[in-house]
Design a protein around this ligand. Sequence first.
Ligand code: ZN
Ligand code: FE
Length: 251
Amino acid sequence: MPVAVHLFRALSDNYGFLVTDEATGLTAAVDVPDGTAAIAEAERRGLQVTYVMNTHWHPDHTQGNAALKERFGAHVVGPAEVRRVAPLDGELRGGDVFHLGETAWDVLETGGHTLGHVSFHSRAAGVAFTGDCLFTLGCGRMFEGTPGQYWASLGALAALPPETRAYGAHEYTASNLRFALSVDNAPELRARAERLRPLLDAGEATVPTTIGEELATNPFLRAPRLAIAASAADEAEAFARVRAAKDAFKG
Ligand code: ZN
Ligand code: FE
């Protein structure tokens, strides 16, 4: 079933997402960085927000939940860790399927940024919401998990159909691209940089990306193939080395 995804900027570099199941008109907010911005976007489009789908507990993803609940009576679902900061009406874990009208969203366990982080994938719509696990040309900081956990999470996303449109929750592409070019000389990456530069110069969104483009150019997915990490004992360690290099990157 097709869906419409409306993205809008919020806070300094977050994206908010409203996703509508076109068969029924039912709409969910995927994370709520800013309740006021989400309500304004919904009203501008004449949408009622029936659900909030949270990817993880961080305040820049959950702090607007209450505003959508108050304005629309939205039902909030997400991983149990969200309860650290906000109430949940329904708990989701990896392997669950969340139905938004006629669209089924597979809940993928994608921990590592936070331990309980989840992503949402609709095979029929060809869309994934990857929260702070996977970004255009980047990935989230590893605040709570281990390299093995994070690498497995990226593997789960990398296994989605290559044409899947992946929506990460931040616009970090300018910095991600500078880092990627500093560690990887792949022709696919250089070609992508040429395609991205006009968008970045114009301040336009570089979200969504596709899984196929990320497989070809994302330095974290390519970690085992990069010179800075090729000597790692295993792929998770290669990932950890690239993650550490990005954490220290001042480009
Ligand atoms: Zn986060
Ligand atoms: Fe975030």
